[in-house]
Design a protein around this ligand. Structure first.
Ligand code: ATP
Ligand code: MG
Length: 333
């Protein structure tokens, strides 16, 4: 049976990009594969977090995943930090990863610019640098065949594949080599105020980021104020018309169809924006309702996480033990 794994950081509030690029595929995969999903709280620590806020957002992330339709009876939903094999395998993999290959990670370069301040690289954590190796460990521990992610994670997936192949080659067959599964539309949702930048939790421009739980009026206002351009023609052309093209992609991803064909149905930006807002409200409103219900029952969240951690550890510990033995560590005495 096919194994699927993916994760999300509790680094901010869940947004439309997370939903269209990742969560929607996660929900679909529950019935097609043996699916493991985690809230990757260790990854969130790579940039400064307020401890109290991190605890709250971690539970909110779990609630959001239940609200979008993950079902603990059909998938394993867990917290990364509750499965200690993640950082343990990350260490074994860090000792196989080359400094130079991590240096090439474009997300690191982006986040350095954002979090490093003066002196950029010197000011960011070592964890931000080694993050993609921890992500490789997340995936390889579960012997995942497929990893449903947004477009921005392709390079990290490539690294996970390289590390799996290298480890298998050096020490003998140990890990399944995973493949990225990126959805055909909605894989790169752009910020509504800055349509050349992806929508992002930790670099949120508040007006440019549609939250999964935004009330309808707020969502509509954000879409109406989305940055477009001044030529007035509705056409799908991401390079020259990033704002309008993003709106067309959002419409395609939420109501169906393809962005180029949809463009022909609108003669003004205003009409396009209304259609996008309607489609997004229809898509997100049921999720928002369920979110409120789920969040109101913290006891249930705890039970879900306890069950998820137990299931995840069973798989993760078997893989870790094998990898540790392969590299020459003695078994626990
Ligand atoms: P951060 O800014 O802290 O990195 P993020 O918004 O990028 O947060 P992640 O937790 O890093 O979210 O990613 C969770 C999943 O959402 C990943 O599969 C990622 O590819 C996907 N994703 C993130 N942003 C977008 C986006 N703008 N469009 C489509 N998918 C996205
Ligand atoms: Mg990210």
């Amino acid at each position: 049976v096919t194994r699927v794994l993916s994760g999300v950081q509790p680094s901010g509030e869940m947004h439309l990009g997370n939903y269209l690029g990742a969560f929607r595929s996660w929900v679909a995969e529950q019935d097609q594969a043996d699916a493991f999903y985690c809230v990757v709280d260790l990854h969130a620590l790579t940039v400064p977090q307020d401890p109290e806020a991190l605890r709250r957002r971690t539970l909110e992330a779990v609630a959001c995943l239940l609200a979008v339709g993950l079902d603990p009876a059909r998938c394993t939903l867990f917290l990364q930090s509750q499965v200690p094999e993640h950082p343990r395998l990350a260490w074994l993999l860090e000792c196989q990863a080359a400094f130079g290959e991590l240096r090439r990670m474009t997300q690191f370069k982006d986040k350095v610019g954002r979090h490093g301040g003066e002196g950029a690289e010197a000011g960011v954590s070592v964890g931000l640098f080694t993050y993609p190796v921890l992500m490789a460990a997340d995936i390889l521990l579960y012997q995942a065949d497929r990893v449903p992610v947004g477009d921005d994670q392709r390079q990290h997936l490539e690294l996970a594949r390289d590390l799996a192949e290298r480890f298998n080659h050096r020490f003998g067959p140990t890990f399944t080599v995973p493949e990225a599964a990126v959805p055909p539309v909605g894989a790169r949702v752009m910020d509504l105020q800055e349509p050349t930048r992806k929508m992002s939790k930790s670099a949120a421009s508040p007006q440019g980021t549609v939250l999964v739980v935004d009330p309808p009026e707020v969502l509509r206002r954000k879409v109406r104020r989305a940055v477009t351009d001044s030529d007035g023609e509705v056409r799908y052309d991401p390079a020259r018309k990033p704002g309008v093209s993003n709106l067309l992609e959002l419409l395609a991803a939420s109501a169906g169809g393809d962005p180029t064909t949809l463009a022909g149905q609108f003669s003004s930006y205003g009409a396009l924006k209304e259609a996008v807002a309607d489609a997004l409200v229809a898509l997100l409103e049921p999720i928002r309702d369920r979110y409120a219900t789920v969040l109101a029952d913290p006891g249930e969240l705890e039970r879900v996480l306890a069950k998820g951690a137990a299931q995840a550890r069973e798989v993760a510990s078997a893989t870790y033990d094998l990898a540790a033995e392969r590299v020459g560590l003695l078994p626990p005495s």
